[in-house]
Each structure stands twice: as C-alpha cells, then as structure tokens.
Design a protein around this ligand. Structure first.
Ligand code: G6P
Length: 615
C-alpha cells in the first residue's frame, strides 16, 4: 500500500524524504510526491511513476539553495485506491487555503459526504481522492481555531475508515503532525531530528529508536520532541522500542533484485526463525510468545489458520502439519472470506493470523472478528510491532528480516517453519512421541544445508526458464504437502512474469483444466519422492498424452521420476515434512528467471503492493 515519510530535523529534508521514499517504494509505486516548507513557502512536487521520477523533478525544479535549506517536509509513494494514478491524484494534497499539506495512506469511507458538505461551503477540489477531502477538512478546522494539532484531531473525529497521515502547516514551521487508524505509522527518534514513516525501512538509516503509534493516536513531532495524544487531544504515552535490523538488511547488497537476494537469504532467514526455539532434550519447540500453558494447549479443539496471498498458501501447509503432527482438526480461512461470512468459532478454537507485514486489512479484520467470537487469537508476523502482532498480543515472530521484494519468498519459508514448530509443540503436548519430536528437530536443523543445495540449482533453473519464458499459460500441479507449493509456484509466476499460471491439485486437473493443455501450455509438476508421487506421475502421463511439456521438480537421483519428465529440477532428498521447502525455493527461482527473461520489473510488479491495508 502507500508509503509515507515525514521529517523534521537539521538535515536537508529533500534528501531525507526522497531517500526514505525509495526504501518504501515497494509499498506502492504508481505516483509519488513531496512537500517541504522553507522560508514561509510550501514547495510541492508530484509525479506519475517511480520515486526516481519525482527525485529528478525535485532536483530540476527547485533551486539548490532551497533544497539545501529545507528542514521539514512530508512525502508519499502511492498505490491507487480512489482515482487513477495521475499527478492531480498524487499526494501531498493541499487544503483550500493552500496552507495545509497532507499525505495519507488508507481509505476515508465517508469522503463523498464530507466532500459535498465542504463543496457547499465553497471548497473546490483538484483531485478525485478521498485524501484531498481530508486535507480540506483539516484546513477548515484550522481556519476556525488556528490550532494545527486541534484541527487534525477535529477532522479525524469526523472521518470513517482508515488512515496513516502526516501533515504540515505553513504557519507552523517547527512541526509535523501524524496520526493513525488502521495504517501503520512509526516515529523514529533521532539526534536532533524526528523521522516518521509507514514502516521502519525508511527509518533505520537514521535511528533504531522508534515509537509505534496505536490506532487513534496523534503525534505532534518536533525535531527534539514528540507530543503524543489521542484523537480527542488527550495526552497518551507509548513505549520507545528498538528496531533490531541493521540498515544493510534493507539494501540489495550486490544482487540485481531484492527478490533474488531474499531467495538467497533463506538458509540464514530460516536459521533465524528456528534459532533458540528447539528443545533438543524434550523433542519439542520453545515458543514462549504463544503464551499457552500445556493444559491450555491440550484444551484447544480446533485451529483456524487465517491469511491472504502467499501467507494463505503457508496456512494450507500448516493444515498438513497440524493434522499430521498434532492430530488437531485445522481449517484454513482466506481472511476476506472469514470476516464476511458467519464463521462458527468456539472458545476452545485457536485462530492463528499469518501475515508477513502484520498489516493486511483483511487479516486484521478477521483477527478482530475471531476475537469478538471468543476464540483465542495469536499472530505469526514478520514485522515486529505491526498491528496484527500488537492486537493479538501473543504469537511467534518469523525473524526472517525485512522482506522488500513485493513477491514474498523468505517470509513464506519462515512461515512454514514456524507452523511446523507450532505443530510440533502441540503434537508433543498430545500424542507425538519424544523420538518422533527429536527426529523432526534433526530435520529442522538440516534445513540450511538443504536450502544451500537447492540454491546451487540456480543456473540450471535459469536454463529451463530461458527455454519456456515465451509461453502465455502455465499449470502447476502437486499433491499432499506439495499441493500448496503448486499454488504458491503459480502465484509467484503470475505476480512477477505476468504469465497466466494456475496451480491445481494434480488430481483435479482432469476435472476441467486438462481441456486447456496443448504443446505450448507447459506444466510444472511437483514430483518429489514423497507419498502421492506415484499418483502424481500418473497425472503427469495424462498431461504428456495431451502433448503438454512437463517440467518436474523431483528428488535428485529419482530415475523413475526422470523417465516421466521433459525437464527435471533435481532438489535434495528430504522427509515429507520438508519437501515443500526445497520445492518452493526451486519454484521461486523459476518464477524469478522467467520474469527476468521477459524483462519484467521484478521487485515492483504492476498493480501489486507489498502490504494491502485496504479491503
Ligand atoms: C499482498 C502481497 C502478497 C502477500 C499478501 C499478504 O497481496 O502482494 O505478496 O502475500 O499481501 O500479505 P501479508 O503481509 O499479510 O502476509
């Protein structure tokens, strides 16, 4: 979703804001804008396209002495919700008087009604956005009482929907006001400077001391002070937290793309996910963040795994883990569906919200719905201090490090790892023996080596991608533990290469989609040597009988599988539990190289955003 940056300090605001926007660009990249205050004037620039287009415009249009003198400003990178990507619709938006500038992430649901009211009072609008309406509303309150903080509070009390905002006012050259409801805002406390952003990636180069705003918090930021209020302008206090990434984690570090870097980080990210969490004496996992006593765990009767997108595919894998290791009945719920139907939830159910960002609007709403229905709710998030992590209050962090590529890779494998460890823990509290628990731990400890071996296939996979990158359609098929990988492999391919790809249970192919197979419609079969392989190879035969070429991700040295396949990606032999890990990494590399050969913008695929904070 959109990215916001705000700055007040002793450095040149243009450089800080544009640098911050570049780090947030993965949140949205259809247009961008900036507004800075200097010498009693607002300097605003907006442009369609990437942050670099905006930066070029700023450095071209603003005289060097002004750029050097700016000490305060707000900036925005947009993923359109209301109004097409255009310069008028790009942020910052100004109020009627031209004194207030606002950047906004989220959706103001009652903006039409407010817009009508303001139009009747003589306001005229330049854009089609809900955000401009909010800028005007703040301006209208400011016109009445001359108190900027009070004006923001007054306006926010009128709006329905979600917002993360940063605003400045021409008459207040020493402050930026920020607020949140449903869209994250992180305030970084630097030395003689305060930098605020939608997420920590834009802040870590400046400071590791941050305050995460809660919903309905408003903050008046000065270069050396933060005055925290709620939207009724009553003081509140929030803890200062420390960001635990190092700034290099948000750099490409020599790789062509963040996605490739993140694929290659997986031996380390998985290690970080399980480090310190394995009990090698009891054959179980140590997940104290779940905050469940053995008795409470034994009392859980059903697990609900709730997520969107790639996290939903991890949830599907989680179902296999919970059912196989913990004998626990498990449902997988697409978050958007869960919140709008009338799900049956009991007090003895454990709802697990899985979200890399911890901000996905549908998942967050589902968390609230499950809480309302009396379930225990826990979160599996990567972003520390994210809304889902904080609202659930309990859970397990992935510790995969910042994921910047829009197509999720390392977060998926860490989600898989956490779900496996959770299932192990629940299993050990139920019927799983200590021996079996210890075997699983040994498997988990082997993952970095398995990942490293799989990554050695990079060039081989690139060679296969080169052969197939021109196709228009692709099918991915799998069974059992490899069925969710078929869905995830197809999702990766369509997200970044724009090839139409469908993931199917291998047995379902013959119930319709097989009609689409032709010589130029290849199939990628997840053919690792795990239970179900024989049946899968039968399905491969069905595809080849329709002359569709079949690429197989298969276990190395599996001669039988090779004899069925046109191309083979030979991944290391693993147990069934870990087969999805090596298979999905091969599928990630395949999608990456397909997109590369097609010349696609891999880290910023069209129409997508990393974190979707609208419904
Ligand atoms: C967006 C992203 C996907 C991601 C999904 C869920 O659609 O483009 O890559 O899987 O949101 O995100 P979450 O942060 O909740 O895991």
């Amino acid at each position: 979703m959109c990215g916001i940056v705000g700055y007040i300090g002793e450095n040149n605001a243009a450089d800080v804001l544009l640098g911050g926007l570049k780090r947030l660009e993965y949140r949205g990249y259809d247009s961008a804008g900036i507004c800075m205050l200097d010498g009693g004037e607002l300097h605003t620039e907006r442009s369609v396209g990437k942050v670099q287009d905006l930066a070029d415009k700023v450095y071209q249009n603003l005289p060097e002495n002004i750029i050097q003198a700016t000490r305060l400003g707000v900036a925005h990178t947009r993923w359109a919700t209301h109004g097409e990507p255009s310069e008028e619709n790009a942020h910052p938006h100004l109020d009627q008087s031209g004194r207030v500038a606002l950047v906004h992430n989220g959706i103001i649901e009652n903006y039409k009604e407010i817009r009508q009211r303001l139009t009747a009072a003589g306001h005229s609008f330049k854009s089609q956005t809900d955000s401009e309406v909010l800028a005007h509303l703040i301006g209208a309150y400011y016109g009445e009482n001359g108190d900027f903080l009070q004006a923001v509070c007054g306006a926010l009390n009128q709006v329905e929907g979600t917002f993360g905002i940063a605003a400045l006012c021409l008459d207040q050259p020493d402050c930026v006001v920020v607020a949140r409801r449903g869209s994250p805002i992180v305030v970084g406390l630097g030395h003689n400077e305060t930098i605020v952003a939608s997420d920590a990636a834009a802040i870590i180069a400046h400071t590791d001391q941050v305050i995460y705003l809660d919903d309905d918090d408003v903050a008046l930021l000065k270069r050396d002070d933060v005055d925290l209020r709620n939207i009724h302008n009553v003081p509140v206090s929030r803890d200062v937290a420390r960001i635990e990434w190092d700034a290099r984690a948000a750099e490409k570090d020599g790789y062509d793309h963040f996605m490739l870097k993140e694929i290659f980080e997986q031996a380390d990210s998985l290690c970080n996910t399980f480090r310190g969490r394995l009990d090698v004496k009891q054959g179980t996992a140590i997940l104290s963040g779940l905050n469940l006593t053995p008795r409470e765990m034994a009392d859980i009767q059903k697990v609900l795994l709730i997520a969107c997108g790639t996290s939903l595919h991890a949830a599907m894998l989680g179902k296999y883990y919970f059912e196989d290791l913990a004998d626990l009945c498990t449902d997988v719920e697409p978050a958007a569906e869960f919140r709008y139907r009338n799900p049956i939830v009991h007090a003895r159910d454990l709802a697990v919200a899985i979200s890399q960002s911890g901000e996905t609007a549908d998942t967050l709403a589902a968390v609230r719905e499950a809480m309302n229905k009396g379930a225990r709710v826990t979160g599996l998030c990567n972003v520390v201090g994210s809304t889902i992590a904080r609202e659930t209050g309990t859970g397990v962090y992935l510790h995969a490090g910042p994921e910047i590529g829009v197509a999720s890779t390392k977060a998926f494998t860490s989600q898989m790892m956490v779900l496996m460890m959770m299932a192990l823990k629940f299993g050990r509290g139920r019927r799983l023996s200590i021996q079996k628990g210890l075997e699983i731990i040994k498997e988990i400890e082997r993952t970095p080596e398995l990942v490293a071996k799989t990554l050695e296939l990079n060039q081989h996979i690139a060679g296969i991608a080169k052969k197939y990158h021109y196709v228009r359609d692709f099918f991915f098929i799998g069974r059992g533990y490899l069925y969710p990988v078929a869905l995830e492999g197809a999702l990766k391919l369509k997200e970044i290469s724009y090839i139409h790809a469908e993931g199917y249970h291998a047995a379902e192919l013959k119930h319709g989609p097989i009609a689409l197979l032709e010589p130029d419609v290849p199939v990628l079969a997840l053919a690792c040597d795990v239970p179900g392989k024989d049946k899968l190879l039968g399905n491969v035969e069905e595809c080849r009988a329709r002359k569709a070429p079949v690429i197989g991700i298969a276990t190395e040295d599996d001669e039988e599988a090779v004899s069925y396949l046109d191309e083979v990606i030979p991944v290391p032999r693993t147990s069934t539990l870990l087969a999805p890990l090596t298979a999905v990494i091969a599928a990630q590399l395949f999608a990456y190289h397909m997109a590369r050969f097609r010349g696609c913008e891999i880290d910023q695929p069209r129409n997508l955003a990393k974190s979707v904070t609208v419904e």
